[in-house]
Design a protein around this ligand. Sequence first.
Ligand SMILES: [Zn+2]
Length: 409
Amino acid sequence: MRARFVTALVAALVFLPALPARADTPELQDRIAAAWRTDHLSVDPRLAGGVPATELTRIRAAMRTAGMPVYVAIVPWTPPLKAAGYNMPTLLHARIGTPGLYLLAVVNDTYWSITAEMYRQGGLRGRELVSVQNDDKQRLDVVTDRPAPSIVRTIQEASTALDGRALPTVPVGDRQPPNQYSDHGLSTTDKADRSAYIGMGIGGFLGFALTLRLGLRRRRKTAKRSEPPAKDDPPTEAWDVQLKADDKIRTAERALARLDKRRNRTTEQLDQRDDAYRRLDAARTLRADHPDDLLASAGALVLARQAERVASGAALQPPCFFDPTHNPGTATVDWSDDVEVPACQPCASVVRRGKTPRGLRVWSKAGLHRKQVPYWTLDPDDNPMVASGFGALSDDLPERVTAWKDEVR
Ligand SMILES: [Zn+2]
């Protein structure tokens, strides 16, 4: 039975480009809603045995003391979730109808991410869950390699949002290893050295977010990219890029918070701080003003990645001109007649073979037939990301974003 399901899933993956994206989605919501009718903590059968009883016990204890109904679904990452994305709590609430906290915990490999939403009857007092989460200084320190820590924390945040109760301290066992990069006792020189080191290590510290972040693991598509672009390849998923951008914004915020905490900053560090904030602000602007737009999300990803590096004292890196969601452009290649562009290594090797990398593709609105085109074929006057190659052609994307914002208003 399960073997058949897995086979179906594999088939869906292989033929995904040919299927409507939401073909599988209702099934998952309906299965979770059905499971919740008997138990508000639902563990997907595909994970059976994969979640230790001690974790489930802790989650149940938190659910019991939450002060409101709490619905928790624990599921493995699957392609259908990609289509449902941020909407899952809403879709689930629509099926259950009861006010309360709706929480979906997704595991991708060993990485747990949470998306949660609180639903209240109109007029009830209390705070927004997201506002409590934004104020929760300890949230980003919670480990993400098992489900209970982040699920329990989210439930505690929801309770605080509901009735104002004090947010408990995160138990030591649920926190990332004690701050290895603590500044105490370091000279300024040590700090500067260390800040470069933090730049390298920071990627390993992923806090859990308010939302699903399933797209973190870069898919290995290099083999595919080296082939001539296939016409039917699906466009880059905007949703995937949005998650990466939001994740990177949070990482940059942490790097900046660390820099802000330092005393006796050098002039150079103050400059780095200003530059990092400039890039981070532009990234936030793009996400806030164009939440569903692929190009804006990719621009935010690039800017947040740069903000994190600059705040950590690492050297600025341009994006891969062909696809800003690739690794940074550490190689340089000739593009068109006399223009050199930064490119990631796989794209650079495609260009050196005389071919054009597939590039970041977007739907073109021109003509009767919607088709996917490389982003650099769009009109640069309409979009600062296109005009600057996401900052690969000119490192002025933050200024362009600000000007664009003023223009739109
Ligand atoms: Zn590339």
